[in-house]
Design a protein around this ligand. Structure first.
Ligand code: MG
Length: 200
């Protein structure tokens, strides 16, 4: 299945066969070598909550999914076949560029309603000037303590982060300036989860 620009899909973060978070997104590109998606400010996601209704950071213990409205940032995310990270550009609601974000994760797996992936916990933050920093390094320690990743898997996640850093430092697309002036089609409406979003 190939999606067209403007189609609504669900990007699902799954953990051992269960949905951990589900985000409706608008397809910007679905090409052989690149996929891109847009998530507008205020989009309502399904996020994991514990028994007291608090948002869970890690897929540990039980959870249920609850509606959560995103904040006031635009996200444009990029994913490549066989690449274990995604890159996101972020803008404020009025269009001011806030920099990039690298999410370490499995490559996308196509589904009937969109794409699934598994998050790898560690992330990178990239400022508009290209300077970068690791995010959630302490979370990786917790992930190891809980046995969510093995030490070998965690080492592979960090190695993938190093590959992303090389792309950032080389200002490879999309870490260059060609997407910074991008803006969404004004005809696009805020996406909602398509039917079947909860079926893995
Ligand atoms: Mg992450």
């Amino acid at each position: 299945m190939v999606w067209a620009a403007g189609d609504v899909v669900v990007l699902r973060e799954t953990w051992r066969g269960r949905v951990f978070e589900a985000r409706p997104a608008i397809v910007v590109a679905d090409e052989v070598d690149l996929r891109a998606f847009y998530i507008p400010p205020g989009t309502v996601l399904k996020s994991p909550v514990d028994a007291s209704g608090r948002i869970l950071r890690l897929p540990h213990g039980g959870w249920t999914l609850a509606d959560r409205r995103r904040g006031a940032t635009h996200w444009l995310s990029f994913a490549w076949p066989g690449v274990a990270h995604a890159a996101l550009l972020r803008w404020s609601e009025d269009g001011g560029f806030l920099g990039w974000y690298v999410n370490l994760q499995t490559p996308l797996v196509p589904t009937r309603v969109g794409f699934d992936f598994t998050d790898h916990f560690l992330d990178l933050l990239v400022e508009p000037d290209g300077s970068w920093s690791w995010k959630d390094e302490d979370e990786l320690d917790e992930v190891l303590a809980l046995g969510l990743l093995s030490p070998a898997e965690a080492a592979e996640v960090r190695a993938e982060g190093e590959r992303a850093i090389a792309r950032i430092e080389a200002r490879e697309e999309p870490f260059d300036d060609r997407w910074i002036g991008w803006s969404p089609d004004p005809a696009w409406e805020r996406p909602v989860l398509p039917e079947g979003w909860d079926v893995v």
